[in-house]
Design a binder for this molecule. Structure first.
Ligand SMILES: *[C@@H]1O[C@H](CO)[C@@H](O)[C@H](O)[C@H]1NC(C)=O
Ligand SMILES: *[C@@H]1O[C@H](CO)[C@@H](O)[C@H](O)[C@H]1NC(C)=O
Ligand SMILES: *[C@@H]1O[C@H](CO)[C@@H](O)[C@H](O)[C@H]1NC(C)=O
Ligand SMILES: *[C@@H]1O[C@H](CO)[C@@H](O)[C@H](O)[C@H]1NC(C)=O
Length: 432
């Protein structure tokens, strides 16, 4: 070993690793790194253990390493690294896929989490009022711009969509504020003044209206930011976010069997689906063509997003994860841990206990067959409420979507209601 040269080279390696954390490293330096240290598959977990590993092979220099590490820790570069370590996750879903529930997995993370529940609700509402929401390009752009700002803790663009318009950044109208723990914690809780507003704005605390300046400050102080949305139509629209070096964003797409989604909608919005039911019963009404096309459009959007994610174009590499509702229902703890591992956010005891309290996860690993069977039965309950004729319609317009996610088609009413046949294929979605 040419000890004389080792120090500068290692210093360089250390800097390269830091650069790598910043994701601004070039391919060329990548190769240089390879020459000097074994590639660590877990680079993203930090550079300190890599330095220590080097330490082991160059014992005479270990003291210098410790000093160097200290210096790095104190330097502004290190601050920058810490900033880069901040995680931004967008949980993408469509309605009735369990996204509020899965959002809670993140909302419960603890003090380091800034979680927002459906902020795009305001954007959609305003655009629908103003333009009928028909300009998909304009909507996609507004969603993307608002999301970008929110991930950077800037609420100003969102504010412009809140109705009534906030005054001095104060609002009583933020959609489902209480669904974000971080918007109801002490530091974001402005005094509640009796008589001024007739209700509290948080469940857990007597908070007054939301001061968005306080929300923004709180956001800036948190390490991780997660936003849940059912309003983004296509992942492709968010490419500029994926390419924004300030965000280092990850996407988790949550999907569910579209036949189950429709069955669930038919229960939740019974009036709206009255003529579907009539039609299925063989009544003289015909199916609303526009509704069927809407169903097809939704399925296509979900599939196109997933195809983009699974194909891993360079801009999405390592940034996309697909999760099926059915798998979460059966293995909530396992799936939550996987999502956390993917996003790089620490899985905390709070999350674990929330999942134990709110699911049957405690029995998940005990291998009790009956429990798993029970939850899978729960997941497939829709098969007994959805008329076969309607299942056929969904299969006709959503066929490729069903196939991609591993949902088996049914060919008869008997098959639809045959409990011994599961319609959920075991499927792994590799996208990392
Ligand atoms: C690195 O060196 C320091 C200081 O000599 C020592 O305390 C530490 O145990 C070493 N680390 C490893 C992994 O050998
Ligand atoms: C780094 O900062 C800590 C406290 O902030 C201090 O104790 C330590 O001496 C500093 N180390 C170096 C190498 O500057
Ligand atoms: C839709 O919005 C885009 C972007 O704002 C705009 O350029 C386009 O003219 C709009 N199209 C229609 C039909 O209004
Ligand atoms: C909102 O919060 C900011 C920051 O804490 C504060 O400066 C401002 O006075 C607050 N606004 C109102 C109306 O209380």
């Amino acid at each position: 070993m040419r000890i004389k040269y080792t120090m500068p080279i290692l210093l360089f390696v250390a800097l390269v690793i830091i650069e790598k954390e910043n994701k601004i490293i070039s391919r060329v330096s990548d190769k240089i790194t390879l020459k000097h240290i074994p590639q660590d598959p877990q680079q993203s977990s930090g550079f300190s253990h890599i330095l220590l590993k080097q330490n082991a092979s160059f014992p005479s220099l270990s003291k210098d390493f410790v000093t160097m590490k200290q210096r790095l820790k104190n330097s502004s570069e290190h601050q920058e690294v810490m900033k880069r370590r901040r995680k931004h996750v967008l949980l993408l879903a469509t309605t009735r896929t369990g996204s509020s529930f899965v959002g809670e997995f993140f909302n419960q993370q603890g003090e380091n989490m800034f979680y927002l529940f459906e902020p795009l609700w305001h954007v959609e509402k305003m655009l629908t009022l103003e333009t009928g929401g028909t300009n998909a390009t304009a909507s996609a752009k507004a969603y993307r711009d608002v999301l970008r700002q929110l991930f950077l803790c800037d609420f100003s663009l969102l504010e412009s969509f809140i109705d009534p318009l906030p005054v001095n950044h104060i609002t009583t109208a933020l959609f489902r504020r209480e669904s974000s723990s971080s918007l109801c914690e002490e530091s974001v809780c402005s005094p509640f003044i009796k008589g001024v507003f007739e209700r509290y704005h948080c469940r857990t605390r007597r908070c007054g209206p939301l001061n968005l300046t306080m929300a923004s400050e709180s956001c800036l102080n948190k390490e991780h930011r997660v936003i849940k949305s059912v309003r983004v139509r296509q992942l492709e629209n968010l490419r500029p976010l994926a390419e924004d070096p300030r965000l280092d964003i990850k996407f988790i797409q949550l999907v569910r069997d579209p036949r189950a989604v429709l069955a669930s909608r038919m229960v939740a919005f019974a009036a709206k689906y009255k003529n579907w039911k009539e039609w299925a019963k063989g009544g003289s009404v015909s199916l609303d063509f526009a509704e069927v096309m809407k169903l097809k459009g939704n399925c296509d959007n979900i599939r196109l997003s997933a195809e983009a994610g699974l194909k891993q174009p360079p801009w999405l590499r390592g940034r996309y994860m697909l999760v099926r509702y059915e798998d979460i229902a059966q293995f909530p703890m396992r799936k939550a841990i996987e999502m956390y591992r993917f996003s790089g956010i620490p899985f905390t005891p709070q999350v674990k206990s929330w999942i134990l309290k709110n699911t049957q996860a405690s029995k998940e690993t005990s291998g009790v067959y009956s429990t798993q069977k029970k939850s899978s039965e729960q997941v497939e309950k829709w098969r007994f409420s959805l008329p076969f004729k309607i299942a056929q319609v969904v299969q006709r317009v959503c066929g490729p979507t069903l196939k991609l996610f591993g949902y088996k088609l049914v060919s008869s009413e008997e098959m639809l209601t045959d409990k011994s046949i599961s319609l959920i294929e075991d499927k792994m979605f590799k996208s990392l």
